[in-house]
Ligand binder design. Structure first.
Ligand code: UD1
Length: 429
């Protein structure tokens, strides 16, 4: 059993460069299905979710050349299957991102129904309603969603009930090949959606308004392969900035490889907590300094440009050490407070009431064995370990591997005392 072992109290210093964004890379990989031929993606993070998406595409007949660790050449000319199988969708729900592109190019898709997962129900009803409006017929049987657009896709107006990232992306990827104009109202505005629209436009699509609540897509007859660089990972960047706020030495922790504008609300809330954050003179990154006194804060997660749910656990790690009471409200996912009970095992004082977390600041954490409940919660537990007194062993780190490339190595590069190690699995004794 692999764990991450953290020895707390070692000051962090130096510069870390983040990888390409997981949530962008996965959708860009799916979007390569729309352009027969070889699309090359650079700055792709080497993480397990990307490997799963690679398997999904290969199952369909795509060929993937790993040009180097961060460059994938994906040839989708030979795709002859339209199925995302259960064992891969069950591993990674983002596999459902192939639905839009498959419908756009082939007019059909067969996607395993994503079951419940540890982030709550995570339904895809909005994806389905939107695609139905474009003319897709759906049928479910034997655990699979069968989507059929053999009569063609026709542009229309779709208003999303909620600014869902996945629904916005699937709709854009189907609409690029629909006849006529599709207008998506209440679209999600995340930077990864802008990245997707940029690549599709480079491929010949006509998408306007990505990054605003109204996205207009003019359908085109074909898309061609391109070379595209994945945008930097704002969430990985935010995670390292919180590490700096917790335990940086005098020079602070500098994070590069992403766009600071993508972290607007995170920076605002960290500054409200008393963290000094400086922008590098050339705008290429940020430096976070250790907050000697952490002020309490109220945070609610919201779609971009609101505070990202993917930074909620990391922010909680910081606010649980504040001098006073904080409230964090989780509006996006129903089950994202599981991490809090692990943090309580390290000494935090957190009371969960529905989708609110009442946090009474404590003086410090004490190292403990803890279990990653999910990707961001796992990373946040490692952050807590960095400032905790003693040793913290974080298990179930496959969650962290899903979305953080070389997390341990990058922390060690900042002088953290962290290692990945193998311990006997107690269940096997
Ligand atoms: C994406 C990100 C995830 C991030 C989230 C919100 C990827 C791979 N994942 O997830 O890291 O935390 O955006 O920023 O990009 N919902 C429905 N019906 C739908 C679609 C969504 O009820 O058809 C609900 C979900 O259950 C959830 C909320 O809407 O409660 C937000 O979901 P959505 O924005 O779609 O997130 P994902 O695309 O799944």
């Amino acid at each position: 059993m692999d764990i991450i072992r953290v020895e707390g109290g070692h000051p962090l210093e130096g510069t870390v460069r983040v990888s390409g964004a997981k949530n962008s890379a996965l959708k860009l990989m799916a979007a390569t299905l729309l352009a027969p031929g070889t699309t090359t993606l650079t700055n792709v993070p080497d993480i397990s979710d990307v490997h799963v998406m690679g398997k999904v595409l290969k199952r369909m007949g795509a060929r993937i050349e790993v040009v180097d660790k961060h460059t994938l050449a994906i040839d989708t000319s030979g795709v002859d299957s339209w199925e995302a199988p259960y064992e891969l969708v069950a591993k990674m729900r983002a596999s459902t991102a192939v639905m839009g592109p498959l419908l756009g190019r082939f007019g059909k898709a067969k996607i395993a129904m994503p079951g419940g997962c540890n982030l709550g129900a995570r339904k895809i009803d909005m994806h389905i309603l939107g695609l139905e409006a474009l003319g897709v017929e759906f049928d479910t049987s034997h655990g699979y969603i069968h989507a059929d657009a053999s009569k063609g896709l026709t542009g229309t107006n779709v208003t999303l009930e909620f600014a869902s990232v996945g629904a916005t992306e699937n709709l854009i990827m189907a609409a690029v090949r629909a006849a006529g104009t599709t207008v998506i109202d209440n679209a999600a505005r995340e930077p990864e959606i802008v990245d997707l629209a940029c690549m599709l436009n480079e491929m010949g699509a006509q998408i306007q308004g990505a990054g605003t609540p109204v996205v207009t897509v003019e359908g085109v007859n074909e898309l061609h392969p391109v070379t595209h660089r994945v945008v930097g990972d704002r969430i990985e960047a935010g995670t390292f900035l919180v590490a700096g706020a917790l335990v940086a030495g005098p020079a602070g922790v500098t994070v590069t490889g992403f766009s600071p504008q993508h972290l607007g609300m995170v920076i605002r809330k960290m500054e409200a907590m008393g963290v000094r954050i400086e922008t590098l003179p050339d705008g290429s990154g940020l430096t976070a300094h250790r907050a000697e006194h952490i002020a309490p804060v109220d945070i609610q997660t919201l779609p971009f440009p609101g505070f990202p749910t993917d930074m909620q656990a990391q922010a909680m790690t910081l606010s649980a050490l504040a001098e006073g009471n904080s409230i964090i409200t989780e509006n996006i996912f129903e089950n994202r407070f599981m991490f809090a009970s692990e943090l309580v095992r390290m000494g935090a004082d957190i009371h969960i009431e529905g989708h609110h977390a009442m946090i009474h600041g404590v003086r410090g954490y004490s190292g403990a064995p803890v279990t990653s409940p999910d990707l961001r919660g796992g990373a946040a537990l490692v952050l807590a370990g960095l400032i905790a007194e003693g040793t913290t062993d974080v298990s179930a780190i496959h969650h962290i591997d899903r979305g953080y490339e070389n997390f341990v190595e990058k922390l060690v590069g900042l002088d953290a005392c962290v290692e990945r190690t193998t311990v006997p699995d107690p269940d096997l004794d």
